[in-house]
Design a protein around this ligand. Structure first.
Ligand SMILES: NC(=O)c1ccc[n+]([C@@H]2O[C@H](COP(=O)([O-])OP(=O)(O)OC[C@H]3O[C@@H](n4cnc5c(N)ncnc54)[C@H](OP(=O)(O)O)[C@@H]3O)[C@@H](O)[C@H]2O)c1
Length: 313
């Protein structure tokens, strides 16, 4: 990307979009175009076409998405499929029609099969059934990455995709029903500390293994992929470090300063036992995640305390 390239970051107020803006600014890129959801609803094809025809960005980071945790996905699969498929198709198509040189599409590791080999390589895409709870969301993300690949194949475009694991960091969503596991734990332990609650009950037995990536490390990878990667297959983004939900809960409690007991409700489901991404491709590009979970959690909790509005998003 040349220094004065015009770059559109879709979803710039969100966790990933705002981290991409920070990374671009650190690298000296200033010609950045943004629109909030209220200013431009990417599900609206006419409005999206008009925006791209007027701005004609050279590069696009597509980090706008309807995002939610398991409960939100399971309750509204039609909304997750419709909203995401519409906004992706409109934005990717309008970008291509209006001369965008390169677009980076953000998906999610939930595109991979429920019983994928561990760690999950990009090549396991579409080899077996998806996890049913977020199938609608995953199908939309698969359609987005395939549309990028098909534009490359059919029209010689250079559109690429990145599939992150669980993310956390500044501007996360701490909504009680719509958040992901890590921000949900931050909020619960913080509220338990404030209320001096003697114990906090978590779902399952704490044994599932999960991976968490600090969002600024993802943003660094996105810039690298934009500059160095040309290909149809997605690029995985993870930390390479697994932690049990039990150890994670203890770490969050320590970070937040909650000293009560953590109890486990074994009548609740555990979810998939293990979810880890194969990072061979992202590491081959020269990327390494820099932020440890301990340091990243301290930064995330500080952001949580300093931005109370995030809690109600
Ligand atoms: N969070 C994670 O753990 C995680 C993990 C894996 C992958 N990802 C992927 O990373 C991407 C970004 O996620 P995130 O966590 O940054 O989400 P987020 O914090 O919820 O931000 C999403 C952004 O999308 C915008 N948006 C939503 N619907 C829109 C629409 N119809 N038109 C225009 N803008 C719209 C929102 O705009 P406003 O702020 O203006 O409302 C918001 O800024 C998504 O593709 C997601 O799949 C996230």
């Amino acid at each position: 990307m040349v220094p004065n390239a015009k770059i559109y970051v879709a979803g710039h107020r969100g966790m990933v979009g705002s981290a991409i803006i920070r990374a671009l600014k650190r690298r000296g890129f200033e010609n950045i175009v943004v629109r909030s959801h209220a200013e431009l609803d990417l599900r609206d094809q006419r409005a999206t076409d008009a925006f791209f025809a007027e701005e004609r960005p050279d590069y696009v980071f597509l980090a706008a998405s309807k995002v939610g945790g398991i409960a939100a996905n399971a309750a509204a699969p039609a909304d997750f499929l419709y909203d995401n498929a519409m906004l992706e198709m409109n934005a990717i198509h309008a970008a291509w029609r209006n001369g965008c040189r390169k677009l980076l599409f953000l998906g999610s590791s939930c595109i991979y099969p429920k019983f994928a080999p561990q760690p999950m390589p990009e090549s396991c895409l579409l080899t077996s059934a998806l996890e049913p709870t977020n199938e609608g969301y995953a199908l939309a993300k698969i359609a987005g990455l395939k549309y990028c690949a098909y534009l490359n194949r059919q029209h010689g475009a250079d559109y690429v995709s990145v599939m992150p694991t669980n993310l956390y960091g500044p501007n996360d969503n701490y909504h009680p029903e719509h958040s992901h596991v890590l921000p949900a734990l931050i909020r619960r332990f913080h509220e338990a500390k404030e209320a001096k609650a003697p114990f906090v009950t978590c779902w399952g037995d704490g044994s599932p293994l999960r991976e968490f990536l600090y969002v600024d490390d993802l943003a660094d990878l996105c810039l690298l992929v934009m500059e160095r990667y040309h290909g149809d297959d997605p690029i995985n983004a993870g930390s390479g470090r697994e932690i049990t939900i039990k150890a994670l809960s203890e770490l969050v409690a320590r970070t937040v300063g909650y000293e009560g007991e953590i109890r486990w409700d074994r009548t609740r489901p555990n979810g998939t036992p293990r979810k880890l991404l194969d990072l061979s491709r992202s590491i081959a590009l020269g990327w390494r995640p820099k932020t440890s979970l301990e340091d990243g959690l301290k930064l995330a909790y500080r952001d949580f305390l300093e931005n109370p509005m995030r809690v109600e998003r």
